[in-house]
Design a protein around this ligand. Structure first.
Ligand SMILES: C[S@@+](CC[C@H](N)C(=O)[O-])C[C@H]1O[C@@H](n2cnc3c(N)ncnc32)[C@H](O)[C@@H]1O
Length: 210
């Protein structure tokens, strides 16, 4: 998937145009100050909005940022102050090709599971579990499989666009709950966000290995 270099400069503009702050609010919903993780891994953080949030929210936390698009990394780097640079380790790699001996207190997967084939969704969750500290958490935010015709049409349209630029490996949302169950992940917290036409459109979860 290299389509993200193509869309990186416009990505956030279109997200805000279509969804306003909904996707950002959902991604940060459970990232409370109380959590205060020592080491965070962000996978597919895009142009860095979430990275800025985490740096501000957790002033002593170290963040590893694995993002396969060099353009997205460039945009994210611009958001990091000189003072914070030593706290962020940028890795311009696919999560499937990146290896580490590190363990993380928190792994964040923001709108990324919906990109991968079934087998890669399993691979990603499996890998995430293996690099989690004993009492670590996984935060997943993604679109929700709702029955609203408008939302189904919107999600189908997004897959059409993303497929046309080679930015996804699939054509519909994963069955998140069966995926989590088969990877033995239990849900600690769950929240759906969105109002009116977007009612409950976005799902955010805090998970931990069973
Ligand atoms: C749908 S965008 C979401 C961006 C951001 N999380 C947000 O919500 O605005 C998916 C992001 O994942 C990145 N990505 C796609 N495949 C990846 C992979 N295998 N490893 C790491 N990052 C990947 C893309 O480059 C892109 O920035």
């Amino acid at each position: 998937m290299n389509g993200y270099n193509l869309i990186a400069p416009y990505y956030l503009f279109f997200v805000k145009l279509v969804f306003g702050d909904l996707l950002f609010k959902a991604q940060t919903h459970f990232l409370t100050k109380k959590l205060d993780p020592a080491q965070i891994l962000i996978v597919g953080g895009g142009s860095g909005e979430l990275l800025s949030f985490c740096l501000n929210q957790y002033p002593t936390t170290r963040i590893t940022y694995v993002e396969s698009s060099s353009k997205m990394i460039e945009l994210s780097e611009k958001r990091v102050s000189t003072q914070d640079q030593k706290r962020v380790d940028f890795k311009c790699k696919s999560i499937f090709e990146w290896d580490t001996n590190q363990k993380f207190d928190l792994v964040v997967l923001p709108f990324i599971l919906d990109l991968f084939s079934e087998i890669n969704c399993h691979n990603l969750l499996h890998k995430t579990k293996s690099i989690l500290q004993k009492k670590g958490f996984i935060m997943i935010t993604d679109f929700s499989n709702n029955s609203s015709k408008f939302q189904k049409a919107l999600i189908n349209f997004m897959y059409l666009i993303f497929n046309s630029v080679g930015a996804t490996e699939r054509a519909s949302l994963p069955e998140f709950y069966s995926l989590f169950a088969s990877e033995k992940l239990s849900i600690i917290k769950k929240r759906k966000l969105g109002k009116k036409y977007y009612k409950d459109l976005v799902l955010t979860l805090q998970l931990t290995p069973c």
